[in-house]
Design a protein around this ligand. Structure first.
Ligand code: AKG
Ligand code: FE2
Length: 269
């Protein structure tokens, strides 16, 4: 997609992500997540004894609005990490606005209709993912099958190593590697706003024996005060409303995800 974020800039954030994960553990631990907090460096938060863990390390940082940032978790090394992440966030805000307007127009809706539900204080959460090589890719998954709980996710996948797969009609399909491309993935909240016309796809990340893999997902989530529901113009007798009004969906999503369940089922009427 023509996103106005240059290849050189994507390359910069990609390299910084690689450099961060290549640091010694004690350096990364300076950003370690604290018990009960989602922000910071670490792995899955354990919510139950029978939870299936992902083969992954991650750094999770809220990058927008700026007053929601917890800078103590932002890496000091590699140099330039924080400034670049700030710039990435700001450039992506411009992209998201254009994208939501285009989505509304594509459904012949007033162009600000989705943006209004998304809100001025919409949240952006950056998740830097690191998948180490795994001795048993046949048994162990990098990220369990899920659909994103965001409205939209801007994903920068690894340049060289495959792993992301999408589910369609009961079969898994590999996402091809397209260098210097941001993959726009629709989340459940876009499915709700569009009354099911746009779907949030189920996807997963598989592991491999030889190569490590990284990715950066930016989850764009409607503001916590926002009620998200199917746009009026998409509800009619012929197409009844499919979803309830939801608020703070992302919080519910985290619990469902760890149980391997689809959150959108909780929103169905
Ligand atoms: O690593 C990827 O390509 C996908 C990551 C993903 O699905 C996620 O973080 O929700
Ligand atoms: Fe995802």
């Amino acid at each position: 997609m023509n996103h106005g974020i240059t290849e050189a800039f994507l390359d910069k954030i990609y390299k910084l992500t690689k450099q961060f994960f290549a640091l010694p553990t004690e350096e990364k631990q300076k950003c370690a997540r604290e018990t009960g907090s989602i922000q910071g460096y670490g792995n899955d938060m354990i919510l139950s004894d029978d939870q299936v863990l992902d083969w992954i390390d991650r750094l999770f940082l809220t990058t927008y609005p700026e007053d929601k940032r917890q800078l103590k978790f932002w890496p000091q090394v590699p140099t330039g990490f924080s400034d670049t992440l700030h710039e990435y966030t700001m450039r992506q805000r411009v992209l998201i606005e254009k994208f939501f307007k285009a989505m509304a127009r594509s459904l012949e809706l007033e162009e600000n209709c989705f943006l209004k539900m998304y809100g001025e204080n919409a949240i952006m959460n950056a998740r830097f993912n690191f998948f180490p090589p795994c001795p048993r890719p046949d048994k162990v998954i990098g990220i369990k099958p899920h659909a994103d709980g965001s409205a939209v996710t801007l994903l920068l996948p690894d340049k060289d190593v495959e792993g992301l797969q999408f589910l369609k009609d009961g079969k898994w399909y590999k996402a091809p590697i397209v260098p210097d491309t941001i993959l726009i993935n629709l989340g459940d909240q876009m499915e709700i706003m569009s009354n099911g016309i746009y779907k949030s796809p189920v996807h997963r990340v598989v592991t491999n024996r030889e190569k490590e893999r990284i990715s950066l997902a930016m989850f764009c989530v409607p503001g916590p005060d926002k009620e998200v529901q199917p746009a009026d113009g998409l509800v009619s007798e012929a197409r009844p409303r499919l979803y309830k009004t939801v608020t703070k969906y992302a919080e519910l999503h985290y619990k469902y995800y760890q149980q391997g369940r689809r959150t959108i089922e909780a929103a169905l009427i």
